[in-house]
Design a protein around this ligand. Structure first.
Ligand code: 3PG
Ligand code: MG
Length: 408
């Protein structure tokens, strides 16, 4: 028995369901066209289940944040969902006012509507408990019109926001199929990973990664850590290595003196478990040029790991049973600096390991390399995935558990 309800626990036939999804999608900055519909595709099993039950489905979602350039209405999202589902999903340009309420009241069995960007509602992002959120205008206006609340928004499960937790306090609620699958699969990895378990971090940010690394090593979720990208540079710098002005500048944009102190302490505690590059590829005047760590500093940008590092990291991965990839190994968008990411990711995809990938850039790299089918689990989460892997409780999941107790 799960601690939260799933779709199987409810009699959904012709019932009205409020379905919270995470359709926060990457958009083109000029045309605002949707660039990637993965998050919609991943909710299709839930949408199809609701179709098969002839439910009336009211989709609630967000895009961007108030004030951000990608904060737009959900008309394009409704259209994209219609196309992928093969069934009309009507966009309603209202969240909980008369327009939205009448649209819900007029639904026929099997109908889908998508309400407008829920973050247009100011109370959405208030810091409140589910019980407090339940008193909001959003919840008070919508919940009397529906039978069930279903949350399938794993990628937003680390947020305590109104539409993510508030409904669970006033009506029977369940996890959708995507949320259930993410929790099941990732739950096994954090509680009981097949050993050795190797976590690779890369990408262009490092300050948050320090704490994550310490947690997953403390919790024994990871046995070994491979560092590439900016995190690798930061760890080398913390060991007193001068990387050259351009690279130091990139680090300075994010890193504080405390960060380097934290890294030093982490290296003291876990030196043998953390694997760093021994060489890099730099962007010299004549393009990709490989350089050993012992040859640093360099006047050029370090944009990828070098061949010796690739080979070392492949050996570490070959011994592993579980591999988690968080971030590309270099500037993979540039073909000259794709090599590290390509070789390492392909190695993971073909190795007999349970592989997990998460985060927008990492998933984009996997797709660019055509490896989607060979990765055991591609998570839709970014921030939520990181929190979950660190062993932290997700507010959405806690709210669903409490709801199950309350309405059983
Ligand atoms: C995401 O894409 O990270 C989720 O949709 C949550 O969005 P947020 O980071 O703006 O809260
Ligand atoms: Mg985010």
């Amino acid at each position: 028995m799960k601690e939260y309800n799933t779709l199987d626990d409810f009699e959904l036939e012709e019932k009205t369901v409020l379905l919270r999804v995470d359709f926060n999608l990457p958009l083109d900055k000029e045309t605002f066209q949707i660039l990637d519909t993965t998050r919609i595709k991943r909710v299709l099993p839930t949408l199809k289940e609701l179709t098969s039950k002839n439910a009336k489905t009211v989709i609630i979602a967000h895009q961007g944040r108030q004030g951000s350039w990608d904060f737009i209405n959900l008309e394009k999202h409704a259209k994209a969902t219609s196309e992928l589902l093969g069934k009309t999903v009507k966009f309603v340009e209202d969240i909980y006012g008369d327009l939205a309420q009448n649209a819900i009241k007029n639904m026929q069995p099997g109908d889908f509507i998508m309400l407008d960007n829920v973050r247009k509602y100011d109370g959405e992002t208030d810091k409140k408990t589910p019980e407090e959120h339940a008193q909001s205008e959003l919840v008070q206006n919508l919940y009397p019109l529906a039978d069930y609340y279903v949350n399938d928004a794993f990628a937003a499960a680390h947020r305590k926001q109104c539409s993510l937790t508030g409904f669970t306090a006033v009506m029977p609620s369940a996890a959708g199929k995507l949320l259930e699958k993410e929790l099941e699969t990732l739950g096994k990895i954090i509680k009981n990973p097949e050993k050795p378990s190797v976590f690779l971090f890369g990408g262009a940010k490092f300050s948050d990664v320090i704490f994550t690394i310490e947690r997953v090593l403390d919790n024994k979720t990871a046995d070994k850590i491979i560092l590439t990208g900016l995190p690798a540079n930061a760890f080398l710098k913390a060991q007193g290595i001068n990387l050259g002005d351009k690279n130091e500048e990139m680090l300075a944009k994010e890193g504080t003196p405390e960060n380097y102190e934290e890294i030093k302490q982490l290296l003291q505690k876990y030196k043998d478990s953390i694997y760093l590059p021994v060489d890099f590829a730099e962007k010299s005047n004549t393009n990709r040029n490989e350089i050993e760590v012992s040859e640093l500093p360099t006047p050029y940008n370090l944009f990828d790991i070098g061949e010796k590092s690739i080979s070392n990291f492949k050996d570490v991965i070959s011994d592993a049973k579980t591999v988690f990839l968080s971030g590309p190994c270099g500037v993979f968008e540039n073909p000259e600096f794709m090599k590290g990411t390509e070789e390492i990711f392909k190695h993971v995809a073909s190795a007999p390991v349970f592989s997990i990938v998460g985060g927008g850039h990492t998933v984009a790299a996997v797709e660019k390399l055509g490896l989607q089918e060979k990765i055991s689990h591609i998570s839709t989460g970014g921030g939520s995935l990181e929190k979950f892997m660190m062993g932290e409780k997700l507010p959405v999941v806690e709210a669903l558990k409490a709801s199950k107790t309350k309405f059983s």
